[in-house]
Structures are given as C-alpha cells and as structure tokens.
Design a protein around this ligand. Structure first.
Ligand code: HAM
Length: 425
C-alpha cells in the first residue's frame, strides 16, 4: 500500500477555511503595532545555533531540550530553527548598526517559531508569534515598560481574547540577579531534600526556575523566600515606577514574586499574560527587559543599551478567543454563463472584476443554472452575475443579491461601479 504522509508531529496545516481568521489576526496585529510606532522586521527562520545558546542561556529548557538543529555537512557551521524572535532581532540590530540610525528602534515581527517540545494542547513544535521589541542606547524608561504591557494587552483584547490577566515581577539588574542567585542557592541548600527531583537539578543549573515550580513541597519553601529576595533599592525603585506608570494608564496587573521566566536574558521587569480556556499551557504571551543582551551579543561596550519586548502565541490566542467571532470567508461575485458559448464573455467579465479589486469566481465546467447557483452559494458569493440569452443580446448582466434574493439588470459597462458602490456601502 502507498504510504500516506502525515503532517509532522506538533505542527498543523492552516486550511483555507481558517486562513481568513489568520489574515485578520495578522493584519489587526500589524495595524495596532504600527499605531504604537513600531515597524515590521523580517529575519530568517534559522540562525547560527550559537546565537540561541548565547542569548537564551545554556541552562534554559529551550536551548537544553528544544532546539531543532539543522543537519550540516560542514563542521564549521551549525544552524537551528529559531525558537523565538528576540535573539535574531538583537543580532540584526547590531549587524545593521540600527543604533546609529535611530535613538530607539521599535520593531515587531510575525512568523513561525520552532521548539522540539512534547506536543499537547496549546504546545506545538511549529507555532506562530507576534513579537515586539524596543531597543536603544539609554532607553531604559519605566514608561516604555508600561507602554509594552499596554500594547500587549490591547493586542490581546482586540484579537478577541477574553479577560487576559497580566502578572509582573522584577528580577533586578544583572548584579542583583547574581546576588539573588547566590542567596537562593544558600537558602535552598538548607532544604535541598525537600525540593522535587526536577528542582534539585534546576538548583544546580538555574536556581531561579525553582521559584515557579508548581509542586506543593517546592511551593511551600518558595513562598516564604520570595518575600525577602535581596533586590537592590535602585531596582526596587525602578519596579515601583513601572507599577505607578501602569496604574496611571489604567492597566490592571498583579505583582507575582514567583514569576521568573524560562529564558536567561531577562533583567528587571518580567511579565506574563494568561487567559482562560487554555488548560495547563495558559500563557498567551510573555516578555520583559533584557538590557544586557545587546552587549552579550557584541554591541558596543561604550553604550548603555536598554531593551524590552514580548511575544504573543497566535495559536493560543485563537484557542482563547471568544467563540462566535468567525469571519466571512466569501467572495464578492460569482459569474454564471448560462450556455457554454457565453463562457468567453463570462471569463472576460471575471478578469475585469478581479482587475478592479472585486473578488470573483466562476465555474469553468459550466452546467445548469441550478448547479452554478449552488457553486455560487458554496463560494459564499455576495452577488451572482448571470449572463443569459437576453443579457448577451442587450450587453447587460442580471445581478442577483444572494443575501436579499433580489435581482436587477445592469449594463456590462456599469457593472464594476455598481458592484463597488454596493460592496463599500
Ligand atoms: P516565550 O514565553 O518563550 O517568550 O513565548 C512567548 C509566547 O509564545 C508564549 O506565551 C506562548 O503563547 C507562545 N509559545 C511559546 N512556546 C510555544 C509552543 N511550543 N507552542 C505554542 N505556543 C508557544 C519568548 O519567546 C520571548 N522571545 C518573548 C520576548 C520578546 N521577550 C522579550 N522580547
């Protein structure tokens, strides 16, 4: 028997019926990002594997377990499909000296990301993100943190996600992170046996991850510790300003000392947005500051860069959308030639409609009026344009409004203007 191929595990086809929804989401996302002054950037879907190792951290799950490496016959090169967009945007920012072109680069991207995860509801190997990044010399302002979160929340709301919840935390500066990491290790060492197996390993690799462990034993240990994390006064002050900036524009949030995030590059503000209806994978988006990453990837040491961003998962947004928000998928007009010999005239009309920006279809196999009307219905056409014997003689078209059931005759010369006025009204 011939082998029937299946889509790779953890990926999916977006079939024609679903594409209008994706188009709507993408175009809304672009419009909203642009309204905040962000410009689109497109980077390759694969990059030097070391870019990800260096930026996301050797100890992060994404690098440790999920990078999808591309096989190469050359020993001096190694590539991986991008698991996220931030590292590539920073790579491009440095490579193209964007800091010399503008004081703050406000960039967004849309596209597929790849992680070799164990697939489950809302967790895929190929998924799509809309991501936003703001990077620039001396651009560390709490207002920018608040603006980022406001943009993320507006995107989610306008894309139809019900009641998204924003949680925020601060990991402090690079120096704070080092102090906190040492302090946590000392504290956890006193109770190491009470940690779950996974956290005993995390304890060595990345002690921060113990803070967001959901297991009861770890959680109890962590609850008392998170209240006393040694965050410097300066970082605490910055975090307070972020919170007052959010309050000043009416963004509702919760401070969650457990929130640490799985990627190494974060400093100061981190945030996560969850929504209902997603099961255990309930984060529709996440982000934070990563002030040190431009230096880490080779940006000028003389400049003090600030950077912050977030990404939203489009598949999770679709899962979390209010039901009933489906979109019309039909076309504007369906041309019906009642006899085969009228087909050339019908074909010409079809092409003229398309040239005028009116979406249109036609049955090339002809058939009875009934069967062609059936096809117009199936294509969800707003109008059927019928060319019968009378119409051919008088150079007219019978225009049937498929929603109202009404019909009127229009000259072929006038048909495009006639339809345009109807469609736009
Ligand atoms: P992340 O938290 O790894 O952050 O991913 C952001 C969002 O992408 C998640 O909240 C989720 O909605 C979606 N996502 C992640 N992994 C999967 C998956 N396997 N299947 C389906 N959806 C998924 C980042 O990627 C950072 N680059 C965000 C950022 C930008 N931070 C600063 N700038």
């Amino acid at each position: 028997m011939t082998k029937i191929f299946a889509v790779p595990r953890g990926t999916s086809d977006i079939l024609p019926d679903a594409v209008p929804l994706w188009e709507e989401i993408e175009s809304k996302a672009r419009k909203i990002c642009k309204s905040y002054g962000y410009k689109e950037i497109r980077t390759p879907v694969y990059e030097d594997i070391n870019l990800f190792k260096r930026s996301l951290g050797q100890t992060s799950d994404v690098v440790n377990k999920q990078l999808l490496e591309l096989a190469s016959s050359r020993e001096d090169e190694g590539y991986a499909l991008r698991p996220e967009g931030t590292a590539a945007v920073v790579r491009s920012y440095i490579e193209n000296s964007l800091d010399g072109k503008e004081s703050l680069s406000k960039l967004f991207y849309l596209g597929p990301m790849f992680r070799g995860e164990r697939p489950q509801k809302g967790r895929l190997r190929q998924f799509h993100q809309v991501g936003v990044e703001a990077i620039g010399p001396n651009s560390t302002s709490p207002l920018l943190d608040a603006e980022m979160m406001a943009l993320a929340m507006q995107l989610l709301k306008e894309l139809g996600v019900r009641d998204p919840k924003l949680r925020i935390n601060s990991l402090g500066s690079k120096e704070d992170k080092a102090t906190i990491s040492t302090w946590l290790r000392e504290e956890f060492a006193k109770h190491k046996n009470e940690l779950c197996d996974e956290c005993q390993a995390r304890f060595e690799r990345n002690v921060f991850r113990v803070l967001d462990c959901k297991k009861e034993g770890c959680r109890q240990l962590v609850v008392s510790l998170v209240k006393n994390l040694p965050l410097s006064a300066e970082s605490q002050h910055y975090f307070n300003l972020v919170q007052s900036s959010l309050n000043s524009i009416g963004i509702v949030f919760e401070v969650s000392p457990h929130l640490v995030r799985g990627l190494d590059y974060y400093t100061h503000t981190v945030f996560e947005i969850t929504a209902e209806g997603l099961g255990s994978q309930d984060a529709v988006g996440a982000g934070g500051r990563y002030n040190g990453l431009v230096h880490e990837l080779g940006g000028s040491e003389k400049v003090d860069y600030g950077a912050i961003g977030f990404a939203l998962g489009l598949e999770r947004i679709i899962l979390a959308r209010s039901p009933g928000l489906s979109l019309p998928v039909g076309i504007n007009a369906f041309v019906i030639a009642m006899k085969d010999e009228y087909q050339p005239q019908g074909f010409l009309l079809l092409q003229q409609l398309r040239n005028a920006g009116i979406s249109a279809g036609m049955s090339f196999s002809g058939g009875s009026m009934k069967s062609q009307m059936g096809k117009a219905d199936k294509a969800q056409a707003r109008f059927a344009l019928i060319l019968g014997e009378d119409e051919m003689k008088t150079q007219m078209v019978a225009v049937k409004d498929m929603q109202l059931g009404t019909q009127e005759s229009v000259t072929i010369k006038e048909i495009i203007n006639f339809l345009k006025t109807k469609i736009e009204s």
